[in-house]
Structures are given as structure tokens and as C-alpha cells.
Design a protein around this ligand. Sequence first.
Ligand SMILES: [Zn+2]
Length: 637
Amino acid sequence: MTAIIVTAIVVAGLIVNGLRLRARVPSALPAAPAGPGGSRPPGPDWTWLTARGTAPDAATRRAAAAHAAAERLEMLELVPSDLPVTAARDMLRRVDPVAYRDNRIAVGRGAGIAVLVAGPMAERADARPVDEPGDPADVVAAIRHLRPCAPSRGAAIVVAPGLRYGTSPGGGYPAGGGTAGDGRTAGDLDRRRARLQANQVVVSVHVALDAIPFALTALALAAGWPWGLLALAAYCLQPYLIFAGTALAPRGLHAAALGRPVHAPYVIGRTLAGRWQSAAGRRRDVELAAAGPYYQAALAAGPQRFLEERRPDCPWCASPALTVAVRSPDLGVGKPGTFTLERCGNCGHVFQNPRLTLEGLGFYYRDVYDGLGTDTTERVFTATRQSYLGRAGMVRPYTTPKAWLDVGAGHGHFAAIAAEAWPETVFDGLDMGAGILEAERRGWVDTAYHGEFPALADTLAGRYDVISMHHYLEHTRDPRAELDAAARALPPGGYLLIELPDPQWPLAGLFGRYWMPWFQPQHQHLMPLANLAEALEQRGLRPVAVERGPAHIASDFFLAAVLWLWHHASPYAVPWRPPASAAGQAWRAVLWMVGVPVMAAGLLLDLTAGRALARRRDVGNAYRILARKEDILSHDR
Ligand SMILES: [Zn+2]
């Protein structure tokens, strides 16, 4: 009986996942329309980025330019139909071509073989011409830089039937590009790790997902081998389910399918052993080494010096009735130190106590949103598209904004998505981090203000009919000074939209320090809704709408699992922590393999129990409040 159940689960899982990946195979590039031979295709000048060893022929180039012009694409990636099977599968796991085309804030990804870029966009993106075509990992790094500059529906991926992968004997990329570490020339599998990293993949998770179907199939065989054979057959045939009859005919498909029980562990081993580095990877190593001395010097006297004296009372209402809400290390980033959030028994305000000094804030923010942490952080912001649309839609019953300022805009993700809901509105962004300048380069915000809002508020006064602060106030030292600034900057009748984590979310206590919104040491203040509403009223900002359940971001269980794993098995090398030993790395790989199913279970709980609770009780792990600045000010400052 057990054997039948295990086999049924394995077979169903393989079929569902196989069909999911099959649906993602990009469509084939249409042949160029017949016309006068040799005539230039309509549209702008095109720039090609290609990996070494692959060159689109004239017919493919013509077809690609015609397709891009017809579909109004500014960027078109061509995938060779004979891409090696592992690379093809990796691409499908990372990229859903439909979502990729439609989502303006999608992180640029792909196979990295050949990309066509419209000239004006290449110019706007400040894309340096690629003098010497490199590895696909290098091309993907360029795609990551370019994709955010394309408008919605402006970037696509297709399979090019006429494009062949690699031209060197045996295929792949042995030419001139370094070694595998043991003197052998680095082939495709030796480079897989670097190419996955170029695609923003956490390699531990990706490889754990390679290993799980293998392990489950072995389990089915062990549970009762006559039935287990069915699981084995499904395991071996799944690659055909993904690729057969699609535009892709990957190289090595038969060996990878029929020999999968041997091929899969071989690929996992070669991936984990891969030491080959892309140009971006080598640059990162240099940056890591350069960052080391700062962190050593900063930490020489211990992290205690980054904390002020503990205060005896609540900063919001001055009550001395304080209790510890949570004690936590820096779980997300892993810098040394322990932090305490205290809760006021009188007003419910939650705040960091003792709080960080200004120097401490600098230390703990460094290399998180900018510098070494840019890519990691970017991935997190990309995941919350629906939440962005919800925020943008909240003002609709009240006003039609002409100009909107997003304060704490980060890299401009909200503005990029909100512009879809408000195409006529000008979106500007303000942030203390340098990411906001990148947002302007991408065209995600019209104008970027780099600095502190209270200092800039007077110069911005009267220019915006909506000011938004999403997950911003909790990062500031003095949230009420930010509200003062908003009251100064808004014209009468203007709106302030705020979204914040809700410290009153009933499930928060379930996760202890692993509830993501505690986010130590960055979060300084977490305000109950009533406190914030009162502070707004006091500034002549009258709350007109509140959302609690609809503001819920269904991710608590999932993110708690991620945080736990991140804390105990961080997959990244960072300059503030010694590198892991070989045994430590092996242990981390095991934790990820066990952790990935736990993460999946967490996601399931979020989408069922968590979401149901938010709907039924109209509460959430975040809330939104929209306030209108009164025409006659109750007080003027
Ligand atoms: Zn209080």
C-alpha cells in the first residue's frame, strides 16, 4: 500500500511539473516575411549581444529584427533549438516567457546565447558594446542590466530554429574561457554553477530541487520495487514530456532521459564541483576582497558599540510599561549583533531598544540595498507585484493623481508597476539609497531624489497630489518627523498613502524571531494602526480609507522557513563572516535539501490558512491607510 501511495505521489509530481515546464517552452521565431531580398527590416537599428561560439546567420537576424519590429519589442532573446538539455531545463525553471514579457520589473534572465536589442534602448540603458563575446553567463549579466529598461511587453524570448548552440567540437564553450580547476578545460557542466548565479539562482535551492525527484524516485523503488518501477519510468520519461514536440530539441535529450538515474546525480556533482567563474563572478570576488578591511575594522571593537543606551520609556507615548517583544540577530543579512524589540504596554508601539546609533545604521545597511547586496534585494522586491497594484488602486475612488512621489522608493519597483494602473501619472521617487538613481536610468521613475525626506520636503512642497510611503516609516528613526514632512509637502486636498507591517497580526507571535517584519536590525518602529491614524489626524491628515485584510502579503510561513535556512545555511559568501569549511558547505547543502520541501509546505499554508484568516477577520501582516490633507489646516508647521 505504501509503495502504491509513494509511487502515485511521485508520478503525479513528475507529470504536473513536466507539464508546467512544457508550457514554458518559448514559441518558435517566425520566419522573416518574404520581401525584396536584402532590404533592411523596418524599425530602429539593432545591437546584437552573442555568446562566443554562436552566431545567428543572416536569415535568423532578419527574422528576429522583423519579429521584434512587428511585436514592438525593444529586446528579443533567441534560444538555439539545440540548447543542451540541462541548460534548456534550467532556463525553463527560471523563466516563464509570458510573465517575462508582461512584467516590467521581471529580473532579466535567459539562456544568454543571443540577444537583439533596439539601438535607442541600448543607448538609454548605457549598454556598452560587447567587443568580445563571452560566456552565456556574461551575456545574461548584460540581459539583467538591460531588461529593466524595456517597457512592459517590450522584451521577449523565442526559440530560433536556425540558431545552433556552440560551434566548437563537441559543442559547448571550451574555447579560451578558463579551466574547471583541475587543468581540464571548463565545459558546460563546469560552468553551470556560474551560469545559474548569473541568472540570480540560489544554487543550493536549485540543486536541492534537482535532487528531490531523484530521492523520491529512489524512495518509491525502495518502498516496493514492482510499483517503484512505474515511478522510475515516469522519472526517465519526464524530459520527453517537457520537450517532445516543442520548438526545443535539446542536445543530449535521450541520454538525459533514458539514463536519468545516472545522469542526474552526475550533473549535480559536476555543478557543485564547478569552480569556473564568469566575468561578473570574478568582479564580485574582487569587490568582496575590497570590502573585507572595512568590515574587519568596523567589527574589531564588537557590534555592541553600534547600539545606544536603552531608553526606559516608549518613544510614542512615554509610558514606562515596556516588555520584550522579540530578541533577534541579523537573520536576513547575517552581520554580527543581537537586537531587541520592545512593546509598550500602554499604546502597543513596538520599537528597537536600545536602538542603533547613526554609525550602526550605516554599518547594518551597508551592502544590503546597494553594493554587494543589490541583486539579492532586487529579487525580493520583484515578488510583490500584486501588492503594488493593490496599493496603487487604493487612491482610485478619491483622486486622479497627476504627480505622485514615492518616498522610500528603493529601486523604483512600486512606481514601475503603479504606472500600469496610472499611465497618465508622473511618478517620481525619493530614497536615501543609490538605487533610486538606477530607477531613473531605467525609466521606472521620472525624477529621482537622493536624500532624506524631511530635508527635501520644503523644496518639494505643493508638487505632488499623492505621496506614498510603503514599508518605509518602520525604517526611520523618527516616523513622526516623516509625517510632519509629508504634511508640509502635500498641497491641501493631497493624499498620503502608507503601507506598514502590522505588529497586531495575530500570527506574528507564532514565528518568534522568524516573523519577517521584525526584520532586525533595520526596523526601528512598528506602529499599531490606531497610533498612526491618530498621528496623521494631529497633522491635519484625515484618514479616509484603511485596508487590513486586503493588504496581507501571504508569505509568513514561507519567509520564516527561508529566514531560518538563510540564518543557518547562508548560501552566499560575504565579507562580514568567515567562509564556510568544506564540511560546513556539505551540511548547508543537506539543510537546503530538507528545507526546500519545508518552504513549499510553508507557501501552501500561506496561501490557504494564512490567507483565509486575513480574509475572514479582515486583518493582515500589513495595513494600508490613505489620508487626505485638509483644506483648512488645523495647525501649520
Ligand atoms: Zn507607548
